[in-house]
Structure formats: structure tokens, C-alpha cells
Design a protein around this ligand. Structure first.
Ligand code: PHE
Length: 338
């Protein structure tokens, strides 16, 4: 009996070492240490042995079983990932992804607009959001106390020495850029702008514009119209646009671009104030006085400029009906743009 126990031990250890899969290991375990396994069978003969032979066999059997149990436990680790020790860990479950942010719809649009305009040879320029009134108004041919200043409901800064304000438009970047560059110039300037407005579904105090300035020899109104048509075709496909004369002090002639309302398809709705058209941007040929302020000779060069209202445009692209959603920080809104 003693030798049989030892033989079973040796044999089992050898088999454990050569086992290839965890289910083979399990089968081996049951055939040796299971309730009706080889070990149990051996031991069942114990009570029938003469008392002399029985002595010490119980202890040997227990020790052997413990050693085999250990060998099986060890072997089991080979087939399990380390962390799989705890019973409630299921390694076949997909991992938990960490939350990652994504680009805000306004930033995403700016990025694609930059791509579009760089394709036409434009470079990107920037200016400060806290601006001197000299750049935001004076040098853009909007003198102090001129009634046209009322076109922009301005936030002024108190006690700022030379008068400072939150820029009401991205147009001051035109002036700033031309302090350091000479024509030919083709730039866009995306950025935040601020106006003291009563907010509603279509108005925010903080919004975004993309300014464009082109100065070269022989630039004509048709160059401006062609550039804007290409832009709208790129983002909206075959949508109808129209140009309408409009006064801006820094351009002559000045115009507004309207796009057929995408929400009601020209039938008239609250978003387009029942006109079927939406005002998308202001544009025009750079005023000779402004060219002079830029130290550019109006008899040698001409230029055009426009300022795109980004929120408006993105609202139409996605069918968003309230401009205030962009800055409300509501994830239910933002997460739709991943
Ligand atoms: N800056 C003007 C506005 O914010 C838009 C504009 C830009 C108009 C350039 C003409 C030329 O209303």
C-alpha cells in the first residue's frame, strides 16, 4: 500500500508537469483527488488492512494528498492571468475606457475653415480679445462719437488709460497684422468677440468670428464674391446665397451675405424671422482710408475683407436652434459632436 501511494504520487506529479491546458489539468485533478478518484479508491482499502500494516499509512496519505493539492494549485496558476485570482474578476470582459474629451463644435469648424482657406493660400493670424479702441474702432474708420459706433454694443474696460474694450469684432486683427506685413496679404483671423447684447436663441454676448483680409494688386469685388461662393459651396453644397448692400465704415462698397434658411428651406420660420434668408456675414472692399491707415497705397493696391459669424453657420450645419447651447457647458449637448 505504501508503495502504491508513492507510485500514484510520482505518476501524478509527472502528469501534472506535462498537462497542456487548464481543462486537462482539471480532468487530471478529478481523476486523482476527486471524490471517486484514484486516491480515494486507494484509501478506501485502508480499513481492511491488518492493523500492523495500517500504522503510519494515514499520516502518509494525508501528507501525500496535501502535496498533490499544492502541485495542482501551482499548475493552475500557469493557465490563469495573474489578476484572475479574485472570483469576481472576469478577464473576458472588455476593458473600461477612460473618458476622453473631444473638440468643441466651434473649434472643429474653425479647424476645417482653416483647412479650406489654407487651400486658397491664406495664412492664420491672431489678435488679443482685450483690445484698444484704436484698433477696434478708430483705425477701422470709426471715429470717436461717430454714430456708427452704435452698431457695436461694446463692453468697455474701466480705468484702462488708453481706452480698452473687449473686441466687438475680429476686424482689428486686420490693422494689427498690417503693422508688420506688406502686400500681397491673404489672412484669416479666427477668434472670440464680445457684445453687450440681450441674449436669446439667436444672440450671445460671447461669440466667434473668422475675419479674412486679402490685399493685392487688382483685387476686385468679383474676387470677393467668388471666394465667398466657394466657401459656402464647400460647407453647404449647392445652397442659395445672395449679396445685399450694407454699410460698414471700413469697407466701400460694403455688403452682407445671406444664405437661404436651411431650417425652413426659404419658406419662413422663427429662426430666419420669416424672411427665408439668414444673414451670415459682412464683407466689402477695404476702404481707401483704412488702406492708408495700414500704410498701403490705395492707388496701387486694393483689398477685400469679410467677417464670418461662426455660431450662426454651425447652427445651420447641425440644425441647432439655440446659440446659448455652445457655452452652456451641457454635456448632453456637447457629446453629440464626438
Ligand atoms: N466686422 C464686421 C462685424 O462684425 C464684419 C465685417 C468684416 C464687415 C469685414 C466687413 C468686412 O459686423
Amino acid at each position: 500500500m505504501r508503495t502504491e501511494i508513492e507510485k500514484l504520487f510520482q505518476e501524478t506529479i509527472r502528469q501534472i508537469q506535462s498537462v497542456k491546458t487548464s481543462s486537462d489539468l482539471q480532468a487530471l485533478y478529478f481523476s486523482v483527488l476527486g471524490r471517486k478518484g484514484k486516491f480515494a479508491q486507494l484509501l478506501s482499502r485502508l480499513p481492511n488492512l491488518p492493523p500492523g500494516e495500517r500504522a503510519g499509512l494515514g499520516t502518509l496519505a494525508n501528507q501525500t494528498r496535501n502535496k498533490l493539492q499544492q502541485a495542482f494549485d501551482q499548475a493552475k496558476l500557469k493557465f490563469k492571468p495573474q489578476a484572475a485570482d479574485s472570483a469576481d474578476f472576469d478577464p473576458t470582459w472588455p476593458g473600461i475606457l477612460p473618458e476622453v474629451g473631444h473638440t468643441h463644435p466651434i473649434s472643429a469648424f474653425i479647424e476645417s475653415a482653416i483647412k479650406f482657406f489654407s487651400g486658397l493660400g491664406y495664412e492664420v493670424a491672431e489678435g488679443p480679445e482685450v483690445e484698444y479702441s484704436r484698433y477696434n474702432f478708430d483705425l477701422l474708420n470709426i471715429p470717436p462719437n461717430h454714430p456708427s459706433r452704435d452698431l457695436w454694443d461694446t463692453y468697455y474696460l474701466k480705468n484702462s488709460g488708453p481706452q480698452m474694450l473687449l473686441r466687438t469684432q475680429t476686424s482689428p486683427v486686420q490693422i494689427r497684422y498690417m503693422e508688420k506685413h506688406r502686400p500681397p496679404v491673404f489672412i484669416i483671423a479666427p477668434g472670440r468677440t464680445y457684445r453687450h447684447e440681450a441674449t436669446d436663441a439667436g444672440h450671445e454676448t460671447t461669440f466667434t468670428q473668422i475675419e479674412a483680409l486679402a490685399i493685392d494688386k487688382n483685387l476686385k469685388l468679383t474676387d470677393l464674391l467668388g471666394t465667398l461662393s466657394a466657401f459656402f459651396q464647400h460647407f453647404f453644397g449647392n445652397v442659395k446665397i445672395r449679396f445685399r448692400p450694407h454699410y460698414y465704415p471700413f469697407v466701400e462698397p460694403g455688403l452682407d451675405l445671406d444664405m437661404a434658411c436651411l431650417l425652413c428651406h426659404g419658406k419662413g420660420c422663427p429662426v430666419c424671422k420669416y424672411s427665408g434668408w439668414l444673414e451670415m456675414l459682412g464683407a466689402g472692399m477695404v476702404h481707401p482710408k483704412v488702406l492708408k491707415n495700414m500704410k498701403v497705397a490705395p492707388n496701387r493696391y486694393s483689398g477685400f475683407a469679410f467677417g464670418i459669424g461662426v455660431e450662426r453657420l454651425v447652427m445651420l450645419l447641425y440644425g441647432i436652434t439655440d446659440i446659448r447651447l455652445f457655452l452652456a457647458g451641457d454635456l448632453r449637448f456637447l457629446e453629440q459632436f464626438t
